[in-house]
Design a binder for this molecule. Sequence first.
Ligand SMILES: NC(=O)c1ccc[n+]([C@@H]2O[C@H](COP(=O)([O-])OP(=O)(O)OC[C@H]3O[C@@H](n4cnc5c(N)ncnc54)[C@H](O)[C@@H]3O)[C@@H](O)[C@H]2O)c1
Length: 318
Amino acid sequence: MTALLHGAGAVVTVLDRMDAYPESGHETFGVARSGARLVVGDVRDADTMGRLLREADFVVHAAAYADVAACTRRPDIAFRANVEGTQVVLEQVARHPVRRLVMVSSASVYGDGVPSVEGPQVFHEDQPLHPVSVYANAKLWAEHQTRLMLGGSSGTEYAVVRYFSVYGEPQIPKPGSHSWMVPWLSLQARLGRPMRLNGGGNQVRDLIHVDDVAEATALALIEEQMAGQTVNVGTGRPTSVREVADLIAPYFPGARQITTPRPEGDPLGGYASTELSRELLRWQAGIEVREGVDRYVRWLLATPEAMPGWLADPAGEE
Ligand SMILES: NC(=O)c1ccc[n+]([C@@H]2O[C@H](COP(=O)([O-])OP(=O)(O)OC[C@H]3O[C@@H](n4cnc5c(N)ncnc54)[C@H](O)[C@@H]3O)[C@@H](O)[C@H]2O)c1
């Protein structure tokens, strides 16, 4: 997204701790190459936040301890990054108003959706929310807190975007994660290991390419009708984990699939209602899963340095 905003003529500053991935991956991930100014720091540092906000017109709050499994293992870290961090951002925005803040939330706030519905279900922005993980609970809190602190006469407009399952190059999973099935399954197949389908791979996700997400987020900053609104950012189409494995397999002769247990807090999934995003953002996703998977796998094959050492190591085979 930083590259997209920079290309559109914006002066972009990224504030990030830069410790979510090994340093060796920073060049591959390319934050610095996107044309943005990078400030290495913590969103909980009120002085830094205040200093950056004084020169900002718009804010996208995306910093988070963003892995579902990691948040379950370390709810204390999740609380500090996702709750306390969000609180500092909101307090500083209240003190140094900007034109609009976009809060990056997640489809995880829907949890397993409506319990009485069997099979993949469509998630509407106004339905009851049932987060089933520490991560999702913090995201829901961040959404509400944004509405409470920036609604009314705060001087800063807000918009909330609920990303569905984001994928696309140069995404590389974190150790111990079970999110991000396109990279996970691709990397397993690349290493000649079986693709592990948790719970048989029947869960569905709405897989949204990162380039589509960037476009939707940029529009959430500027589309007038988005002020005070919450929208899904998804394709509106469900894809099962097994379908993704089937799309990846042809690139890796001999690729195999095995069934592994479904982890705790791994929702059965659903897909986005796209009515509101089409109406308010005037946007819809443009990249089909087949094309997005093709782009990812080709990038992976052309970028051997993207393979994380911890995963290539036989001990990383979890
Ligand atoms: N990837 C997805 O499928 C998905 C889906 C829904 C929502 N999201 C949300 O999108 C945003 C980006 O996530 P991502 O998937 O790119 O994960 P990511 O881990 O690549 O990005 C999160 C970034 O936040 C930074 N960060 C964490 N705590 C921080 C702090 N206290 N101060 C400053 N920086 C901090 C990390 O260093 C990391 O670079 C997150 O808010 C995440 O919850 C992602």
